[in-house]
Design a protein around this ligand. Structure first.
Ligand code: 0O2
Length: 199
């Protein structure tokens, strides 16, 4: 397999995944009369990021090793409230087309940086020349508040070519605690709003 073939497969898998997620979310709205999704973004990792990731993992820069990276294709589902994360995860797990291979709950167990999100590694089927093949992809599910923190954290990481200063890391960690509290408060507020509407 050459590089063009590999990236053609990634492109097909990304389209399949986008379609599947969009159908699952539309079905969710139909069944529950509520849309938990704020926005969805997907991407194929840039060559520069792939090289960085291979180096981080200590892999040689070969095509075969690229296929060992499960997040070359990534889709991010940004939801309104904490409980929406678990509703979306449960919906994806029920999909007949995606195979969930791994899950990481950084909402319950945040990373040392303070990073909060729910990750699923899924196998996405693609149909090529009459055959079904599977391509791995990463789905990140998080609230808008978590997404705000992670987006700014990502920008900070890019500003430092070397190690990020300790005080910056500490401040970002403290800010992640505020994000956690804010998500809890917004959830309670939403429950209060809903109870008014029901009355
Ligand atoms: P990019 O540029 O966002 O794609 P592991 O070996 O399993 O511990 P791995 O394989 O890096 O580590 O997986 P992990 O940490 O579960 O998830 C990787 C992705 O999660 C990252 O992809 C980021 O998108 C996101 N992420 C993880 N930790 C942080 C963090 O501290 N801050 C931010 N902003 N995002 C984080 P990439 O490929 O590293 O980067």
């Amino acid at each position: 397999m050459n590089k063009n073939e590999l990236f053609l497969k990634y492109n097909f898998a990304k389209k399949m995944l986008e379609t599947e997620i969009s159908i699952l979310m539309e079905e969710f709205v139909f069944l529950h009369g509520y849309n938990p999704v704020e926005h969805i973004k997907s991407r194929i990792k840039s060559e520069a990021s792939i090289i960085k990731k291979l180096e981080k993992k200590g892999y040689e820069k070969t095509l075969a090793n690229i296929t060992k990276i499960p997040d070359i294709i990534g889709i991010r589902i940004v939801v309104s409230f904490l409980t929406d994360i678990y509703d979306v995860v449960a919906t994806i797990k029920k999909s007949k087309n995606l195979i969930v291979k791994k899950q990481k709950n950084y909402v319950e167990n945040p990373k040392d940086t303070g990073y909060l999100s729910y990750h699923l590694i899924v196998a996405v089927p693609i149909y090529l020349a009459g055959k079904t093949e599977y391509v791995d992809a990463e789905i990140q599910i998080r609230t808008i508040a978590m997404d705000f923190w992670a987006t700014l954290d990502h920008k900070i990481q890019y500003k430092f070519s070397n190690e990020i200063p300790k005080e910056i890391k500490e401040q970002m960690y403290e800010n992640s605690l505020i994000i956690r509290e804010l998500d809890e408060r917004m959830l309670k507020l939403n429950e209060a709003v809903n109870s008014y509407i029901k009355e």
